[in-house]
Design a protein around this ligand. Structure first.
Ligand SMILES: [Zn+2]
Length: 324
């Protein structure tokens, strides 16, 4: 049995937030990205998605210290900052797009409306605004779980994210976030145009050797959808990415990505839809022989230097990781 492993690293925003109108956005600064690439270059061999797919198929082998770099959510940061730094070193990355963000009329996803509203208002004010706009009563003091009043009082963003991502009906979350974004930030369509990759950027990145994957149409949490709705969220992604990039195979990445964000049916739906592999956010090293190809684990950039002493630090971490 093969003992091959691969370190898969996950990135989201790669930008100098302090130089933007939203300094509170939790981004990887370009200088830290550069330091992490230096560390990867010194300690790992950065492989292409095709190399990992070949190893999973038994058609090839990975180098001893293989690393794969993945980037979620199709931010223009990936074109402006990440891609040039990868190209400089001869590296490639795998970039996951939600289809609604990348088209003639890109749509600002709820997950990103939430990030920018949190950055603009702070957790306490944003939480109060969400409660007021949704018409929900203030959580009971002795209520269970994340709705404990202490969390709202402390301005912790976990409670409001949980409410928006897991609890509120989709239509209510859409309405609440549309209203708050328009009130506190502005035109969501214009914002989306400046936040996300467009098709021309995707094609240019592909010409530089970058690989693309699908991240659903609308970034809804798959575990909240019936099987038929899940099929609709992933349908057409293989053909769309192939048409944009000319790739032979198309990988998938789960929105949020924790174990509670998809169901036992999801992996079979992805296989039937023709995706080559799928990545979640289970924080550990990928094992080629042992892991399901539709549940491949990844570490977050913050699990690795310069944030931590090394990969082994992340292995000791117990906090659940989600692309929140
Ligand atoms: Zn995402």
């Amino acid at each position: 049995m093969s003992a091959e492993t691969c370190l898969v690293v996950m990135y989201h925003y790669v930008r100098d937030s302090r130089a933007t109108a939203f300094p509170e956005i939790r981004a990887l600064a370009p200088q830290l990205f550069r330091e992490q690439l230096d560390w990867l270059q010194a300690n790992y061999t950065v492989v292409r998605l095709a190399d990992l797919e070949a190893a999973l198929d038994g058609r090839g082998t990975l180098p001893a210290s293989a690393a794969l770099l993945t980037f979620d959510d199709g931010f223009v940061d990936h074109f402006d900052t990440a891609c040039p730094m990868l190209v400089e070193r001869g590296f490639t990355g795998t970039f996951f797009l939600s289809q609604d963000t990348c088209g003639v009329s890109p749509r600002l996803l709820n997950v990103h409306k939430t990030h920018f509203l949190l950055a603009r208002l702070g957790a306490a004010a944003f939480s109060r605004a969400v409660l007021a706009e949704s018409g929900l009563a203030r959580p009971a003091v002795d209520g269970p779980g994340v709705f404990g009043a202490d969390l709202w009082e402390e301005g912790d963003d976990r409670a409001v994210k949980h409410l928006l991502n897991y609890e509120l009906p989709f239509a209510d979350a859409d309405r609440v976030l549309d209203a708050l974004f328009a009130r506190h930030i502005g035109d969501a369509h214009a914002f989306a145009r400046s936040l996300y990759l467009d098709a021309a950027m995707v094609r240019e990145m592909a010409r530089h050797g970058m690989t693309f994957g699908f991240h659903t149409r609308s970034h809804r949490m798959l575990s909240r959808l019936a099987a038929e709705e899940q099929r609709a969220e992933v349908a057409g992604g293989v053909e769309w990415i192939r048409g944009l990039t000319g790739q032979a195979t198309v990988p998938f990445c789960y929105p949020w990505g924790g174990r509670r964000t998809y169901t036992a049916e999801t992996t079979e739906i992805l296989r039937a839809a023709g995706y080559s592999v799928a990545f979640n956010t289970e924080r550990r090293r990928l094992r080629v022989a042992a892991d399901s190809r539709y549940e491949l684990p990844r570490l977050d950039t913050r699990d690795l230097p310069p944030y931590t002493g090394g990969e082994e630090d992340a292995m000791l971490a117990t906090a659940p990781s989600e692309d929140a």
